[in-house]
Design a protein. Structure first.
Length: 130
């Protein structure tokens, strides 16, 4: 009997070869689209600022109001999620859920407090700088 070894060398192409070409195309498309959008935004900003009728104080006021609202909404959502986890922990006698719920509740309240206290200070700083 002859000792022969059989090598198990696979000569087939990878199954995801089409995915690689597609992802390369997607990367190039996203890069091109992002570059074009950035260029358009810069040109639009330059054209808008060239008129000389830019009211920075109303922009800062509006931006700070939106920022304050968004931070309060995120804090409220985290706080409500924390209350749900806290109640679930008390209902199932689960100390891990109670701890997690208390952390989420306190972080939500902290975010709301941060929005109420810090955003007006930032607004005053930005208005004073302009």
């Amino acid at each position: 009997m002859e000792n022969s070894t059989v090598s198990a060398v696979s000569t087939t192409a990878p199954k995801h070869r089409w995915l690689t070409k597609g992802s390369k195309f997607a990367k190039k498309a996203v890069l091109s689209l992002t570059t074009l959008c950035c260029m358009a935004a810069m040109c639009g900003t330059t054209a808008f600022a060239a008129t000389g009728e830019v009211d920075t104080s109303s922009f800062i006021t509006t931006a700070c109001t939106v920022l304050k609202s968004v931070i309060c909404l995120i804090g409220g959502g985290v706080g409500v999620w924390g209350v749900v986890n806290l109640l679930e922990g008390y209902g199932n006698d689960n100390p891990g859920a109670k701890s997690q719920g208390m952390k989420q509740l306190m972080s939500g309240l902290g975010l709301i407090l941060l929005a109420i206290v810090l955003v007006p200070v930032l607004q005053n700083m930005m208005t004073g700088a302009v």
